[in-house]
Design a protein around this ligand. Structure first.
Ligand SMILES: [Zn+2]
Ligand SMILES: [Zn+2]
Length: 151
C-alpha cells in the first residue's frame, strides 16, 4: 500500500479513522496518524462540540446559577461571605455543564440496570456533584474550549 498523498511513497502506517495509507512524513504530520480529510472532519466535530458546550452553559448553567443565588440569598439580606456572593453562586451554576463532562470522563461508562427512580437519583446526585467539580472544570474547560475554537 502507498501513501494517499504521495503515491510514490510506500505507506508506513494507516489513518486511525479511515485506514488510508500514510508515508513517514504524513504519519508525523499530526499528533496521531490520521489523514488530512479525517483531521479536517474531526476538527469540525470538535468545534461543534465546543459550541454546544458553550450554549448549554448559557442555557442551563446560567439559569441554575440564578436559581442557586435565589435559594441562598433569599433568606439572607446581604451575602455574609464570598461563598454566598452572587458572583460565586452564578459562577458555580455556570460550571455545572463543564463539571458534568468532567465527571462523565472519570466515571466508567457502565450501563446500570436501574428503575426509573434510580436514574432520577443518579441524575440528581451527578448534577449536585457537577456543581462542585465544575468549580475547577469550568475555567479549565473554558480555556481549552476557546483555544480549540480559535486554533
Ligand atoms: Zn483518514
Ligand atoms: Zn505522504
Amino acid at each position: 500500500m502507498n501513501c494517499i498523498n504521495h503515491p510514490s511513497e510506500s505507506a508506513v502506517s494507516q489513518c486511525q479513522i479511515c485506514g488510508k495509507g500514510l508515508c513517514v512524513e504524513c504519519t508525523n504530520k499530526f499528533s496521531k496518524p490520521i489523514c488530512q480529510d479525517c483531521f479536517t472532519v474531526s476538527r469540525q466535530k470538535q468545534k461543534r462540540a465546543v459550541v454546544t458546550e458553550i450554549l448549554l452553559t448559557l442555557l442551563i448553567g446560567l439559569p441554575i446559577g440564578f436559581i442557586l443565588d435565589l435559594l441562598v440569598n433569599d433568606t439572607y439580606k446581604t451575602p455574609d461571605s464570598f461563598w454566598e456572593s452572587h458572583f460565586f453562586l452564578i459562577y458555580m451554576g455556570l460550571g455545572i455543564v463543564a463539571g458534568w463532562k468532567a465527571l462523565t470522563r472519570i466515571t466508567p461508562q457502565i450501563f446500570l440496570f436501574l428503575p426509573v427512580l434510580g436514574w432520577v437519583l443518579y441524575f440528581l446526585i451527578k448534577a449536585v456533584l457537577s456543581l462542585f467539580s465544575g468549580l475547577i472544570a469550568f475555567p479549565v474547560r473554558t480555556i481549552r474550549n476557546l483555544s480549540l475554537l480559535f486554533k
